[in-house]
Design a protein around this ligand. Structure first.
Ligand code: FEO
Ligand code: CA
Ligand code: CA
Ligand code: CA
Length: 742
């Protein structure tokens, strides 16, 4: 979702909460570090090296030098797509983008075609809204899982949220829906059902990709689906609810944003902006006796009196509505008679077997609880633990890594009972949080009771490791983790194992911060500047950046790393000394990176944007990149003038500036959308991309007049009935049948 300030038409939008006011250190005080990081980095070849490279069609770089892997075929040979405000999907000449699967499309033979006029029903059997992260699960001609399949597959798709303005999901209802409380159950039921995940079969027939309406693989997972709590928090007192007095289950998954795919072939979905779906009474702190649950609720952005985003709790006495009110209303000591603990059941990485509806869906609590985006595996090495990298997308939040207790056995992929393999690798392990140093080094700090900073943390008394998993943010506060500019997706470069994170933007960076939520720039988040959007000044780090990490000794289990800033988002015309630090050209400039996926086929790094800063000039976009490696650039000092005189000097590590051959805009989306989620056929000849919330900035008051919609996509691309804009999956192919991006 866009940050609230991106949405001037929407008076009450606050989907990303902003509650990290801990006084963790920043690095502006560490200015004299003079370590030569390039010197440190020379001599260390990527841990995952050459074995991966053969499969990528690229040649390995030698250990100890800074050469970038040389592609065997020319990548990024296409002509860059110009920035655009047109209500269309633009791709390079020689490529075709086709709409494949949109909000409301039926997933069962008995479900009628989508009329797209607000009268449709049966959303439990239709594509959900706000398509987000997505993964590809190949199927052979026999309908069995097939890693090499290129013409038949399942797409697992996140449906993050819905387009709303005043409580209602207004494109979903005939008259825009009810904008006051109480909300009618009939509207709420539709809105709940369009959240979650879908699995849909797709096939290529006579050269054309289509989704199959009547496939027996098609399914929906919604906020009402029964889901197991797995890992350390299973059965914990903090998960006891009226629905699950044993704390072993919860209902559904919510705000599914980034994704991951396990080495054993299951789908991982991250729960992101769930906080604001719950409400608390204005006197709940007292009702709870001001116990530690209040500390937890505040840290996750749910102060007492907080109103819910859609008012779902108001639709009736039925449990499925009551659960959204997390006030303590019952008399029990343990919470088994109300939903005071219900929010502790959201905020996880959730594992789904896309191939098998009969398998349990599991929330993997060992991977921590926060506003999850993607879950990206380090390159698996036989006999070594697995690493899963993750980000917490809110202003000033953290970057995390999970390291499995079990060591990788390649015989576990592919697996027959894939969820049992998930139990093996994802239910036991160590959770770490990242701390960045100004000299280009950093640490992964373990979140464990054995750390005195956690066991002795004054602000919150952790009971056990489950408590750390459920309250990861508080544990990360306790160890002084580095507050980042909204960590979105992360992705691992298959060529060398380096880990890339998008940091989408942060309106709270200031050279001279005031209040508890503003922060000074630091080494890993070094920019604080003003960007004009028309006549509106946007402050902080409006355009975002990408940080990358190279693990130190121990690879997946490493507790130290080196890092640099791979790219800074910026307008090409911005000051190259302080803002456009990557010297982006007009063919490369972008703002607010979010989705991030390395192509297994070509090695291309796809960067997708969810922007509200540069949208006076261009719609959101996707770029193709061929990155180098950590340390290929140079150290840089940024000198900021202070209002009352004097300066703030911030030292950072800037990656080598891209060239026209290493970064190029590939796609621009329709109006009001974000571009998010990408997967591909194993031959790299088709990629699937999601267009989320086109027309999001339409005013609810204009629902009756399609000419006032800010987007009519995809109907204006010839897809489906009605003119209401719809989130959708597109498939991109090359007209000559070649690999995408080469
Ligand atoms: Fe759902 Fe942080 O993007
Ligand atoms: Ca987003
Ligand atoms: Ca601007
Ligand atoms: Ca995202």
């Amino acid at each position: 979702m866009n940050k609230p300030s991106d949405l001037p038409l929407h008076a009450v939008r606050s989907h990303e909460e902003d509650s990290n006011t801990t006084p963790n250190p920043t690095f502006d005080t560490i200015l004299q570090a003079r370590l030569s990081r390039r010197g440190l980095l020379r001599g260390g070849v990527g841990t995952f090296g050459t074995a991966m490279l053969g499969g990528l069609g690229v040649s390995a770089c030698g250990g100890g030098d800074d050469k970038v892997a040389a592609p065997a075929e020319k990548l990024l040979a296409f002509a860059a797509v110009p920035k655009s405000l047109a209500d269309t999907v633009a791709v390079p000449a020689g490529y075709t983008a086709t709409v494949l699967y949109a909000l409301g499309d039926p997933l069962a033979a008995a479900t009628p075609a989508f009329k797209n006029d607000g009268t449709d029903a049966d959303f439990e059997n239709r594509a959900g809204d706000h398509h987000d992260g997505m993964e590809f699960f190949g199927l052979g001609a026999d309908g069995k899982p097939s890693a090499g399949a290129t013409e038949r597959a399942l797409l697992a798709v996140n449906h993050e949220a819905t387009t709303d303005e005043k409580l209602s999901s207004f494109f979903l209802h005939a008259n825009g829906g009810t904008t006051t409380l109480p909300r009618p159950a009939s509207e709420v039921d539709k809105e709940v059902a369009i959240h979650g995940v879908s699995v849909v079969e797709i096939r290529k027939t006579a050269g054309k990709w289509e989704y199959l309406k009547d496939s027996s693989f098609n399914r929906r997972v919604t906020p009402l689906t029964d889901i197991e709590i797995s890992g350390p928090a299973r059965g914990n007192a903090l998960l006891v609810t009226r629905y699950s007095p044993t704390g072993t289950k919860t209902r559904g998954t919510l705000n599914n944003c980034g994704t991951g795919k396990t080495p054993w072939g299951t789908y991982l979905t991250g729960e992101e902006n769930w906080v604001n779906y719950f409400t608390r009474s204005a006197t709940d702190d007292t009702a709870r006796g001001n116990d530690k649950s209040v500390t937890s609720l505040k840290r996750y952005g749910r102060a007492q009196g907080g109103a819910s985003r859609h008012g779902w709790e108001s639709a009736g006495a039925d449990d499925k509505y009551a659960r959204w009110n997390i006030s303590k209303t019952g008399a029990s000591a343990d919470g088994s008679d109300d939903y005071r603990n219900e929010m502790n059941g959201m905020g996880y990485i959730v594992e789904i077997d896309a191939y098998d509806k009969a398998r349990a869906i599991k929330k993997r609590t060992a991977l921590g609880r926060f506003a999850h985006e993607s879950a990206s595996f380090g390159v698996p090495v036989s006999g070594q633990p697995l690493a899963v990298y993750m980000g917490d997308d809110a202003r000033n939040e953290y970057m995390y890594k999970f390291v499995s207790t079990a060591t990788w056995n390649p015989a576990d992929a592919p697996a027959a009972d894939r969820v049992a393999i998930g139990d093996k690798y994802l239910d036991s392990g160590k959770l770490f949080v990242a701390k960045f140093n100004a000299d280009g080094t950093g640490q992964w700090v373990e979140l464990a009771l054995s750390n005195a900073a956690i066991s002795g943390y004054a602000a919150y008394a952790f009971a056990d490791h489950a408590d750390i998993c459920i309250n990861s943010r508080l544990a990360a506060d306790a160890v002084g983790a580095t507050k980042m500019d909204r960590p979105e997706w992360c992705a691992v470069n298959p060529a060398n194992g380096e880990i890339y994170y998008t940091l989408t933007n942060n309106s709270n960076r200031r050279v001279e911060p005031s209040g508890s939520s503003q922060l000074a720039p630091d080494a890993a988040n070094p920019r604080a500047y003003t960007d004009m959007k028309g006549t509106t000044a946007q402050q902080g780090n409006p355009n975002g950046h990408l940080v990358r990490i190279k693990e130190g000794t121990g690879a997946a289990a490493a507790t130290s790393f080196t890092w640099d800033v791979y790219l800074f988002g910026a307008e090409s015309g911005a000051d190259k000394g302080m803002v456009n630090l990557s010297a982006l050209t007009a063919d490369q400039d972008f703002s607010s990176p979010d989705g991030l996926v390395f192509s297994p086929s070509t090695g291309i790094c796809w960067i997708q944007t969810d922007d509200g800063a540069y949208t006076d000039v261009t719609n959101c976009m996707m770029l193709a990149a061929v990155p180098g490696q950590v340390g290929d650039g140079a150290k840089k000092s940024l000198t900021y003038n202070k209002a009352a005189g004097g300066t703030l000097v911030v030292e950072t590590q800037v990656g080598k500036a891209p060239t026209a051959d290493t970064l190029k805009r590939f796609l621009v989306g329709p109006s009001g959308c974000e571009i998010t989620g990408l997967c591909e056929t194993p031959d790299g000849k088709a990629i699937f991309v999601n267009i989320q919330h086109p027309g999001e900035n339409t005013s609810q008051a204009n629902l009756a007049d399609p000419t006032k919609y800010t987007s009519q996509w995809p109907s204006n691309a010839g897809y489906g009935a009605g003119k209401r804009p719809r989130s959708a999956t597109i498939v991109i192919t090359r007209n000559d049948g070649g690999r995408i991006g080469s």
